[in-house]
Design a protein around this ligand. Structure first.
Ligand code: ADE
Length: 232
């Protein structure tokens, strides 16, 4: 039987899921509240990890050790790095990279974690396929792409840095937790997928767009995840 850890960085990214689930247990670890229960027929643990990569990695480790989850889903919002991806659209992780890991001075590629055997953490193929079909069911007609997500401890809100991320990584969107969740899942041998809805364009308009669109965008992801967990 699958047990699926669902992580959002912010309350609005998990509040809909928490409202929909039947909660059977609540546990606090490292300041994070883990809600155990069912979402439809699926066994889930839903948690808000807080912002940034350290919180996100810690959260996965707790899900692995304390809750023994079999799969990890990260849901939330992101800034678009692809002109074809507009606010509200969805990106499902083909793979995920740390954009702020930089040990090029010793010959590593930008984003490469030294001594790790991969640059990009690949999303689980079966979860990606199921996420795509779930999105079609949950958000009919919504533009959805399977693509590259890059993460760093940085809110991207400028043309120059945006252009650099596009040039260096050919990424589709950027956020602040996905690579840590992918990395920690990879180390624990857990299949994962990151699902993000676009809340802004990661440029000079991001500061204005993000607060305006984050709720609507997060809602698209939550609807998708609710369908997805019952297919895994
Ligand atoms: N999450 C949503 N938009 C973002 C952005 N522009 N940069 C980093 N994280 C984000």
């Amino acid at each position: 039987m699958s047990k699926i850890g669902i992580i959002g960085a912010m309350e609005l990214e998990v509040e809909t899921l928490k409202a929909q689930m039947t909660v059977t247990g609540q546990t606090t670890r490292a300041g994070m509240v883990f809600f155990e229960g069912t979402l439809g027929q699926a066994q889930v643990v839903v948690v808000r990890c807080g912002i940034g990569k350290v919180n996100a990695a810690m959260c996965v480790q707790i899900l692995a050790d304390r809750f023994e989850v079999t799969h990890v889903i990260n849901t939330g919002v992101a800034g678009s790095l692809n002109a074809a991806l507009d606010i509200g659209d969805i990106v499902i992780s083909r793979d995920v990279i740390h954009h702020d890991m930089d040990v090029r001075v010793f010959g590593y590629a930008l984003g490469q974690v030294p001594q790790l055997d991969t640059l990009a953490f690949p999303g689980d193929e079966s979860m990606i396929r199921l996420a795509l079909s779930s999105c079609e069911e949950a958000n009919p007609g919504l533009h959805t792409a399977v693509g590259r997500i890059v993460s760093g401890d940085q809110f991207i809100s400028g043309k120059e840095i945006k252009e650099r991320l596009i040039a260096e990584f050919h990424a589709d969107c950027t956020e602040m937790e996905g690579a840590a969740i992918a990395h920690a899942s990879y180390l624990n041998g857990l299949p994962f997928v990151v699902i993000r809805a676009i809340s802004d364009k990661a440029d000079d308009s991001a500061e204005m767009d993000y607060p305006t669109f984050e709720r609507e965008a997060a809602g698209h992801c939550a609807r998708l995840v609710e369908v997805l967990v019952n297919k895994i």
